[in-house]
Design a binder for this molecule. Structure first.
Ligand SMILES: CC(C)(COP(=O)(O)OP(=O)(O)OC[C@H]1O[C@@H](n2cnc3c(N)ncnc32)[C@H](O)[C@@H]1OP(=O)(O)O)[C@@H](O)C(=O)NCCC(=O)NCCS
Length: 350
């Protein structure tokens, strides 16, 4: 490396911000699959649980109903269903997979990882399996991790899954949060292949822990372990400052989308569809307005599923593909934000 005056940590950081390293292999999106539990919880049903109205929920969020997992249905159960469908759509068997990554904030248990439970349930070889916790940006994070691992040449086929049973951490006495979320799982198979012009082109991730206090669950970790007191204080439920999250979400998702396109010199007009994290239709409408792209070019399913955190982007991606809203040759941007704060955007050419 030359020792010119611009070298050093600062300039390297600046370079990594702007330059996309040339990939050695292409990582292809081989297949997707999703699963949502049978039980539908409508806004009307919620009026019997908390003081709210269908009108308030629809006008403030766009959500009409969400799915709720059965009491004995866990994040790994839903992940297995979504993964089985993703494998079928990729034309691969569980035996072909050599990497499993699960994104979730509602694992079956703190350990072992939900990915290990999925590896076992699918009868896979004893391959690398682990969980990632990046909240609602989780699927974008695991897309980047799997892509880098596939590009290393050490892995051929990765199964990546976002799965959540958020109903298990919602405070059903807090109307400001319990109306927003739902359960489900979405999965994708990524495979390495010879360089080509399509596949997962690039991902950009970010985080800002200084805003960790606007969306979090205080209990259950080492700081506030489970106790009679922690349960009584409702520490084992999701807490959120909705207004703050809303403001940051719009700004961050716009920035992440524009940056990933700029870095890869793909004009916004060439993007067939944006698959945003499904938190609130008003957030997506504001994005549409600020970026001057019609709402039809965003895929939205939160009216039926609510916010499913790490499952939200893969559920929407699978739905857009199944509905043939997107297909071969299309540029698609996946973009999300979530607790952490975390955020990320992925550019894919199908
Ligand atoms: C949560 C959210 C819908 C609230 O909408 P808002 O317009 O900001 O509403 P506010 O929180 O200011 O509350 C307005 C009023 O509605 C009330 N309210 C809150 N939830 C309600 C509900 N389910 N039904 C009826 N009223 C409700 C509040 O108590 C408040 O009443 P007050 O004015 O008498 O105090 C919105 O802030 C949001 O979507 N934020 C982003 C959340 C998000 O994306 N989270 C996931 C991140 S991954």
């Amino acid at each position: 490396m030359s020792a010119d005056s611009s070298s050093g940590p600062k300039s390297e950081a600046a370079a990594s911000e702007t330059l996309r390293p040339e990939p050695v292999t292409t990582v292809k999106l081989k297949g997707t699959g999703s699963y949502t539990p049978k039980r539908v919880l409508t806004n009307k049903d919620l009026t019997e649980i908390v003081e709210t109205t269908d009108e308030w929920i629809v006008t403030r969020t766009g959500i009409r109903e969400r799915r709720i997992a059965a009491p004995d249905e866990s994040a790994s159960d839903m992940a297995v269903e979504a993964a089985t469908r993703a494998l079928a759509s990729a034309g691969l068997s569980a035996n072909d997979i050599d990497l499993v990554i699960v994104a979730t904030i509602t694992p079956d248990m703190p350990f072992p990882s939900t990915a290990c439970l999925v590896q076992d349930r699918l009868g896979m070889r004893k391959v690398c399996a682990f969980d990632v916790e990046a909240a609602c940006s989780g699927f974008i994070y695991i897309t980047e991790i799997a892509t880098a691992m596939l590009q290393s040449g050490r892995f051929r086929h990765a199964l990546i899954i976002g799965t959540e049973k958020l109903s298990s951490i919602l405070d059903w006495k807090d109307r400001a949060t319990c109306v927003l979320f739902g359960d489900g799982a979405g999965a994708a198979v990524l495979s390495s292949q010879a360089p080509s012009g399509s596949g997962v082109i690039d991902t950009r991730l970010g985080s800002d822990g200084s805003s960790s206090g606007i969306l979090y669950m205080p209990g259950g970790g080492c700081r506030i372990p489970a106790s009679g007191e922690s349960v009584a204080a409702r520490h084992h439920f999701l807490k959120m400052n909705g207004r703050e999250v809303f403001k940051i979400a719009v700004r961050i998702m716009e920035k992440a989308t524009l940056e990933i396109l700029e870095r890869n010199r793909v004009p916004l007009e060439q993007v067939r569809c944006i698959i945003p994290h499904q938190a609130n239709v008003r957030i997506i409408e504001m994005l549409s307005d600020r970026m001057q792209i019609p709402m039809e070019r965003f895929h939205v399913n939160l009216d039926r599923l609510g916010n499913t955190s790490a499952a939200s982007v893969p559920l929407a991606l699978d739905e857009a593909l199944t509905q043939k809203k997107i297909g071969t040759g299309d540029y698609v941007v996946l973009v999300a934000f979530g607790a952490g704060l975390t955020w990320g955007a992925t550019l894919v050419k199908l």
